[in-house]
Design a binder for this molecule. Structure first.
Ligand SMILES: Nc1ncnc2c1ncn2[C@@H]1O[C@H](COP(=O)(O)OP(=O)(O)OP(=O)(O)O)[C@@H](O)[C@H]1O
Ligand SMILES: [Mg+2]
Length: 375
């Protein structure tokens, strides 16, 4: 029976204000106001932009927010998700899905333009999934869909978000088709590319052979500022009749502004605090223990897949040592190996560079390394 005398039952019904799986709803995105305004302005000004940042730093959430903000005043977003593309048919299917998600008057424009080019939005991706002899040509289909987009943009203000854009790098000729179709038309709509694989994104946006993409400005999404994290935690607790006490500062310190880890730790803490109560030190220690239990085996697994030089370098950085200092020599890490490995780890998103030097992107991986390999 649900009653106010049964707080644990009621607590089970409360929805956590700290979601940490997948993108947030636009209205849940806070602490990124300046970046959101900057991106909206860039889209409005039709400045080609690439939003880059580590995994799970909130790129998709932020762009969903920007898309919703802009859509509320007119321009129509077209969201194209290129996650893990492996073929031209995949890319054409992703564009079809993006167009298929558009509703209302802009959808009618898209459909009427598509009809003049003999394609059916929302159907094409199923046709592309047929066997190669029975399906339309994928590259041609992709070109046609992009032509639909370009033509529709003459009739209604549009902007395109290519999320997980680094996925295009796995598709031979994929970036080339996008470039050919978009490079002469990108003044007619805003485009944002987002991605988290630093070395792939850098290659896509700087290579001499990619003249169109190289025009994009790279905009970084960094950690959440400390004051934003304090606000998110304190407001989420207060809105659900709890008090975060002084525990927010432990989360700020532990997670270093990593958005998803901040939310995961805060969610675990929140689940231990009854309505009407204030979080205490013991709650924090238990929350951290729970999250460690959930995450440690994943950390161990991804660490085990790294080559030895990168393992040692990651350990040296996690324990706060310089990759050329005493920590490195204890690990038998020669300077040449250390700099090569650091470049690789920066490229694959394990490490990031900040004013203090190198740091491990994922605070829970760093924490696991420090516990697993204490000096
Ligand atoms: N502005 C924010 N405030 C608080 N938490 C956030 C914010 N943005 C993202 N998060 C947290 O990070 C998680 C991941 O967000 P999101 O999926 O948008 O990141 P991403 O950078 O697109 O990740 P991926 O690299 O996996 O695509 C969210 O579930 C949420 O917990
Ligand atoms: Mg994302």
């Amino acid at each position: 029976m649900f009653s106010s005398e049964n707080p644990s039952m009621l607590r089970g019904m409360d929805q956590s204000p700290f979601p940490y799986h997948g993108p947030l709803q636009p209205e849940q995105v806070t602490g990124r106001e300046q970046l959101a305004l900057d991106l909206a302005q860039r889209i409005t000004d039709r400045r080609l932009t690439a939003l880059v940042g580590p995994r799970r730093y909130g790129k998709t959430s932020l762009l969903k927010r920007v898309a919703a903000d802009l859509q509320s005043v007119g321009p129509q977003p077209v969201w194209i998700d290129l996650y893990q593309m492996t073929s031209m048919a995949d890319v054409a299917g992703a564009v079809d899905r993006g167009l298929d998600c558009v509703a209302g008057p802009v959808r009618r424009i898209l459909d009427s333009v598509a009809a003049t080019l003999s394609v059916n939005i929302g159907v094409l991706r199923f046709q592309l999934a047929r066997s190669p002899t029975r399906r339309p040509d994928p590259a041609l289909s992709l070109r046609t869909l992009l032509t639909v987009l370009v033509s529709a943009a003459q009739r209604h203000e549009l902007f395109i978000i290519f999320d997980e854009f680094s996925g295009i790098a796995n598709v031979e000729g994929g970036a080339g088709v996008l470039r050919t179709e978009l490079q002469h038309n990108f003044q007619s709509f805003g485009i944002v590319f987002a991605g988290s694989e630093p070395s792939t994104m850098r290659t896509l946006f700087s290579e001499q052979t990619q003249p169109f993409f190289a025009q994009a400005d790279l905009v970084e999404i960094g950690p959440l500022p400390d004051d934003a994290v304090h606000r998110i935690i304190e407001d989420g607790f207060a809105d659900t009749d709890r008090n975060a006490g002084g525990i927010a500062r432990h989360i700020v310190e532990f997670a270093g502004g990593h958005p998803q880890r901040t939310m995961q730790l805060t969610d675990a803490l929140w689940r231990l605090v009854e309505p009407g109560e204030t979080a205490n030190q013991e709650n924090w220690e238990n929350a951290l223990a729970t999250v460690r239990t959930n995450v440690d085996s994943g950390s161990e697994h991804i660490y085990s897949l790294l080559p030895t030089g990168q393992k040692k370098t990651l350990r040296a950085v996690a324990t706060g040592g310089s990759i050329f200092g005493a920590a490195a020599s204890m690990l038998d890490l020669p300077p040449g190996t250390a700099s090569d490995a650091a470049e690789k780890l920066l490229g694959n998103g394990f490490l990031q560079r900040n004013p203090q030097g190198l740091s491990v992107v994922d605070p829970l991986l760093a924490d696991w390394l420090r516990r697993r390999f204490p000096f």
